[in-house]
Each structure stands twice: as structure tokens, then as C-alpha cells.
Write a protein that binds this ligand. Structure first.
Ligand SMILES: O=P(O)(O)OC[C@H]1O[C@@H](O)[C@H](O)[C@@H](O)[C@@H]1O
Length: 280
């Protein structure tokens, strides 16, 4: 199944490649994508230099899979337990992999639901697609919220803006969930932690400093979280460099502020995100 041990951390991962030279790494711990390098040589994802690769702690950067809870929107620990759990590889090729978490319902007494969570990753020369499918394998309805908590690498946070959210309502997590409406592009001059509700399915990160643009296309996820920890929160996070807020940005397709998904027994839910890089 193409599983190798990571030299630096000793954890299992799968390395994806395309014939033209794009590459991506996916750790079995959390079904966690930690890098996406395009064939044209650009590193799209941010991975903290301070990340701790010690399960069950989540990796800091790349794409943590938040499931079955986003943030604090429920009784579980922050962002649910999928990102802290080992997945198994069920299918792989040179440029794609599918990982599976079979939960018995005994992982956490606060979430007594058996489920299967499948995460697949497909690499192309200038694009990466992730699909997340949750199936309720129990006999009771199951509620969940979730996100593909994607950390993007940026040249310099003040040279970046986010397009596609103008006029969209959001709740500001830094003001106790106060409802507000976005006016113009999103820019970063201070800490930002917002849940944009029922957003368009295409959002763009325009990086004037790098002369590039990442287009995020999502399906199934109604919401999008936008986060940059800025100075104080960066210092407070033990697995994040004090200055790293300057070179990262999270845009997270999510089921969050618009309400949980309720899955009847035997039913399935799917969400996807595709990241495509282009020059400005
Ligand atoms: O430190 P964690 O658990 O990985 O969370 C990081 C951030 O994740 C974001 O999704 C949240 O909106 C933030 O509030 C949070 O700080």
C-alpha cells in the first residue's frame, strides 16, 4: 500500500507523486495531508516547524481532519478525535490514497456512535482534491460537525487577501460569535477567527507577494472558517512558532455555524475540497 516511515518522526505516511513532479505526503495519523508541492515547484501548504509528531497529538499544519466535531460546537474535545487517531490505508496508487477510520462508538463516551470516516486524497500536477465521507454504521441517528482545516503557506500575511466572501454573513469567534457581514475582500491586520456561513463554493487566496493564487472549490461543506492566530495566540501555542502567523493562513471548508449534519442509520455524507494553484 506504499506506506513508508517518515525519516524525521518515525510515523507512517504515504508519499504521492505525479510523473511531472508534483508531490504530497499523507500521514496515517489523522489521515493528515502535510504537504502539497506542485509540479511547478510551489509549496502550497504550511506545516509548522514546531509541530509535534507524537500521537495522539494532532499535527500542526497541513490539513487536520476535524470530525465528528468542529471546534467547541459539541461535547467533545476541540475539533473532535479523528485528527488524533490512526487511520488505515484501504487503497492507493502513485498519485492517490484512501484512508479509513472505523469507529466502534467506544472511542469517547461523549460520542457513542459507530461510524466509518473515509478520507481520499488525489494529486494532480497543479491541484489536490480531498474527499471526506462519513457513514453512520450504528442504529441511531448521528449528528456531526466537521472541517478540512487547511493551513496554506503565504508569502507574507499582509500581502494576501481572500476573495469570494464579500457580502457573506459570518460569526466572529473573537466577539463571542457576534453575527456580522463581510464587506469586500478579507484582509489580515490582526487576529481573525470567523465562521463564514453558507458561502459560495469557490474561495480564492490571492497572494500578491508570491504572485500566485490558490482557488479552493468545495462541495458538501456549507461554511468556511477563516483563521490567522496573529501575535499573541501564536506565542501561546506550544507547537507553533512565534512568527509563523506571518506565513500561514487557514481557510477551512466546514460544517459548522450552519448547523450539524444528522445522519440516519446506514446513511452517508460526503464533502470535498479541491485546491488549484495558478499565477496572478
Ligand atoms: O489549536 P487547534 O485546536 O488546532 O485549533 C486551531 C484553531 O482552529 C480554528 O479552526 C478555530 O477557529 C480557532 O479558534 C482555533 O484556535
Amino acid at each position: 500500500m506504499g506506506i513508508v516511515k517518515d525519516d524525521a518522526h518515525g510515523l507512517d505516511k504515504v508519499v504521492l507523486k505525479t510523473p511531472q513532479g508534483a508531490s504530497s505526503e499523507v500521514f496515517l495519523h489523522g489521515a493528515h495531508v502535510t504537504s502539497f508541492k506542485t509540479a511547478s515547484g510551489k509549496d502550497v501548504m504550511f506545516l509548522s516547524k514546531e509541530s509535534v509528531f507524537k500521537p495522539p497529538k494532532a499535527i500542526r499544519g497541513g490539513v487536520p481532519v476535524c470530525f465528528p466535531q468542529f471546534g467547541q460546537l459539541g461535547p467533545l474535545g476541540q475539533h473532535g478525535f479523528a485528527r488524533n487517531t490512526a487511520f488505515e490505508v484501504v487503497e492507493s496508487s502513485d498519485s492517490s490514497v484512501t484512508l479509513l477510520l472505523k469507529a466502534s462508538g467506544r472511542e469517547d463516551e461523549r460520542y457513542p456512535h459507530p461510524f466509518e470516516l473515509r478520507v481520499s486524497v488525489k494529486l494532480e500536477d497543479e491541484a489536490l482534491t480531498q474527499e471526506m465521507t462519513a457513514t453512520n454504521t450504528g442504529d441511531k441517528p448521528m449528528d456531526f460537525t466537521c472541517a478540512l482545516h487547511t493551513y496554506f503557506s503565504v508569502s507574507s500575511i499582509e500581502k494576501v487577501h481572500v476573495e469570494g466572501l464579500d457580502g457573506v454573513g459570518y460569526t466572529d469567534s473573537l466577539q463571542g460569535g457576534k453575527p456580522l457581514t463581510q464587506d469586500g475582500p478579507v484582509v489580515f491586520r490582526q487576529e481573525v477567527d470567523r465562521i463564514y456561513l453558507a458561502t459560495p463554493d469557490t474561495i480564492k487566496i490571492v497572494d500578491e507577494g508570491a504572485g500566485s493564487c490558490v482557488e479552493i472549490t468545495k462541495t458538501g461543506f456549507p461554511d468556511a472558517v477563516v483563521w490567522n492566530p496573529w501575535i499573541d495566540k501564536s506565542k501561546a501555542m506550544g507547537d507553533f512558532g512565534d512568527d509563523e502567523y506571518q506565513v500561514m493562513l487557514c481557510i477551512e471548508p466546514a460544517v459548522a455555524g450552519s448547523g450539524a449534519v444528522t445522519l440516519a442509520p446506514g446513511k452517508r455524507w460526503t464533502g470535498t475540497q479541491s485546491l488549484a494553484l495558478s499565477n496572478l
